[in-house]
Design a protein around this ligand. Structure first.
Ligand code: ZN
Length: 327
């Protein structure tokens, strides 16, 4: 979620009835657009590897879409991180696939809902109180806080639903990197540093020259930095730099949300994150308060990046906290 995370209510174009668009990237690699995070999958002669599974309600639809191009068994599913729009289909995929994720994804799926249920209602009250003191409905800082409320509600809803669902956490967790070899293909699943969350995986199909970034890259929209779950704006840059250093320049890039892209677009998004951090750092150095940083930082040089589940103000506020606390 999140960042998408997002509160479904804040993503009208993604909250419709399940409708899929399948994009063939190479002979064997696909991107499937649906209702949550983008699904990537690789078809090999001995089985299919899937990256992310959106929501439970649409998971069977994902399977059907995969079935439309291959009858090979779906053997592995990677959860790029714990958010509900990337792991929601786990209760369906668990029936036939082995799940792979960074080791922190398991506790985020199993234990974090309880933390959310316990702590988010108070956090919600604090934000509501802060909003009550801001009279201008067009104040970017107020809008950012309202967005935070929507996001907290999405997390709470997911956490509450978790109680009644069979947990389907990853059964195979790793710390730095795990490689799969099947059907003559190699699949590299690796973690670089906390970025979108503390447990992000990047999935690379080297033979196909296709990489799935999870929500470390969202195309054309402001990212969600899940700082409450260990995310870090600087970590986005670290992660993207690692990918840029290892993939050929004609690699196809699947973002967590938005259209598939090329390496140049990934580099452009990295520049946005880096510039954002620089601008917020300057604001903190000049003694500007967080609300004023949210009001004044514009990032006009990136007009194609737009609000969707998060506003620019949310990212400014999160980066501000990150710099101030020295995380
Ligand atoms: Zn996410």
């Amino acid at each position: 979620m999140a960042h998408s995370g997002a509160p479904p209510a804040a993503q009208p174009e993604e909250a419709q009835t399940p409708k899929f668009k399948l994009e063939k990237l190479t002979d064997r690699a696909y991107c499937l657009y649906g209702q949550g995070g983008n699904v990537g999958f690789l078809v090999t002669d001995t089985g299919v590897v899937v990256v992310d599974d959106e929501f439970e309600e649409v998971a069977q639809g994902i399977v059907d879409q995969i079935r439309s191009v291959t009858d090979r068994p779906i053997r592995y599913l990677v959860n790029t991180h714990y958010h509900g729009d990337h792991t929601g289909g786990n209760p369906v995929f668990v029936k036939f696939a082995e799940f792979i994720a960074h080791e922190t994804v398991r506790p985020r799926l199993l234990d974090y809902p309880e933390t959310i249920r316990r702590s988010f209602p108070d956090r919600r009250k604090q934000i509501e109180a802060e909003i009550a003191g801001l009279k201008d409905p067009a104040d970017p800082y107020r809008l950012a806080l309202e967005n935070d409320l929507g996001l907290l509600d999405f997390f709470l809803k997911t956490a509450e639903a978790f109680k009644v669902k069979p947990a389907a956490p990853p059964g195979l967790t790793y710390e730095g990197q795990v490689r799969l070899w099947l059907g003559g293909e190699e699949v590299d699943v690796f973690h670089v540093a906390p970025g979108h969350t503390d447990g992000d995986s990047i999935v690379y199909f080297p033979k196909e020259k296709v990489v799935h970034m999870g929500d470390l890259f969202v195309n054309g929209r402001y990212p969600f930095i899940d700082d409450l779950a260990g995310g870090s704006a600087r970590g986005f840059v670290t992660n993207i730099d690692r990918v840029l250093s290892m993939v050929p320049s004609d690699t196809k890039v699947i973002p967590g949300h938005g259209s598939t892209a090329d390496v140049a677009a990934l580099r452009h998004f990295r520049a946005f994150m880096s510039d954002l951090i620089d601008q917020v750092r300057k604001a903190t150095q000049s003694g500007m308060s967080k609300p004023d940083a949210v009001r004044f930082i514009k990032m006009d040089q990136y007009p194609e990046i737009k609000p969707l589940s998060r506003t620019l103000g949310n990212d400014v506020a999160t980066v501000y906290d990150e710099i101030k606390t020295g995380r």
